[in-house]
Design a protein around this ligand. Sequence first.
Ligand code: NAD
Ligand code: DAU
Length: 364
Amino acid sequence: MIQQIKTKARRIMVTGGAGFIGSNFVHHWSQQYQDDRLIVLDALTYAGNRATLGYLEERENFCFVKGNICDRNLVDRLLQEEHIDTIAHFAAESHVDRSILGPGAFVETNVVGTFTLLEAFRQHWLSQGKPEDYRFLHVSTDEVYGSLEANDPPFSETTAYAPNSPYSASKAGSDHLARAYYHTYRLPTIITNCSNNYGPYHFPEKLIPLMTINILLGKPLPVYGDGQNVRDWLYVKDHCQALDLVIQKGTPGQTYNVGGNNEVKNLDLVNLLCQLMNELAPDLPVKPSQDLITFVKDRPGHDQRYAINASKIRTELGWTPQKTVEEGLKETIMWYLTNQNWWRPLLSTEYQAYYQEAYGQKFK
Ligand code: NAD
Ligand code: DAU
């Protein structure tokens, strides 16, 4: 168990707090630090779901604001009126396949939106006399480092950037801005680059929820290419614990890589998921669910392998991931089984149109 270190009561703004990782972080933070003021700023795109925050809306020191991070007037007003001292920035367009189909929104939100937040936070920080304990946590991805071959060492904080998709290029741009705001203005920014998250509240388009839901519905399981690409799977609650430590103890101007120490080939992961679903899910329409695995056209520019060397956050901040991929998958499956009222409404017309465009086949 990692020790909690709380240095001060914070007034924290979480962007993208109605999305997957952001909402898990909001749940984590509001449970750990009940006296902190927590403002969620989220545009509620297709990926945002206000219902995820549910019971929190009753709390006095919680506020949900529907709005865009590119809206400078709104951001200025919130920072000022709410006396924000900490931003945890998750808001983004996050899905690689959507960035291939339509990159514009990725540049707008990920680059221009991050710039808007940084500049607004800098003005606010200046107006308060540059307090040292202000923090801007920029949550980013290992995809900015590009693609590894089988025998390459994992990404470290000094690996050169080589983004390959419009998504990762837009995240790389935002990382550079966050870094530059520290080096130029000494704005206390910190960047984290993490590997593939999974767990509760994950939108159905991503590999693990997509496969879980398709197994439950008896639909084909589309594996890109030969399924030999490798990802390093990080349980979202382990990630939130790491971000907590980075906010409390991390050094401004630094980058911390966060990984699950769980490298798995996609096909092995899908097979493991099928095996666990066969055991845990009652009355599957197709059993064994492995029979649903279908190899489909590869993602253009598909990165072969991601892997994270997380020794810096381990040695400097004392963080290690707690969950193996098998433990995390079991918990995730149980969550999707018992929370069907959360994910079923997300299989909407928008999702079906996306599915048709991305996979060339109808979802229903
Ligand atoms: P997500 O797509 O589930 O959620 C994104 C949230 O941001 C949604 O609630 C959406 O409504 C909101 N949003 C989008 N555009 C907005 C805008 N212009 N203004 C305000 N809100 C906006 O994303 P996620 O998977 O939770 O990822 C969160 C962050 O973590 C992203 O920055 C992503 O790049 C990064 N990340 C994700 C993973 C992963 O495996 N999911 C891994 C590494 C890094
Ligand atoms: O590495 C961190 C990144 O992980 C984050 O920055 C992104 O926001 C997040 O979406 C995720 O990106 P990936 O592209 O790795 O995740 P995705 O779930 O889309 O795909 C995981 C792997 O599975 C990848 O190799 C592509 C493959 N895949 C994915 C889907 C959706 C399939 O084989 N079939 C599919 O249908």
